[in-house]
Design a binder for this molecule. Sequence first.
Ligand SMILES: [Zn+2]
Length: 62
Amino acid sequence: MNKYKLLKKDLGNICRVCLNKKYGLNLQPKHCIYDIYPGLCGECNNVKNIVRDIHFSKRIFM
Ligand SMILES: [Zn+2]
């Protein structure tokens, strides 16, 4: 899963919306594990819920 490896370095830094945009994904909130506190997204520079991890599912990456 190359895409997942790429994406992994952004986990903990950017929000779900940016993950979707950057990697052409369609992650839903239920797929995401968020940081406890909102943080500054490294992509859109807004205070957002930062995605710390995602529930791995092959379907997301198809
Ligand atoms: Zn963002």
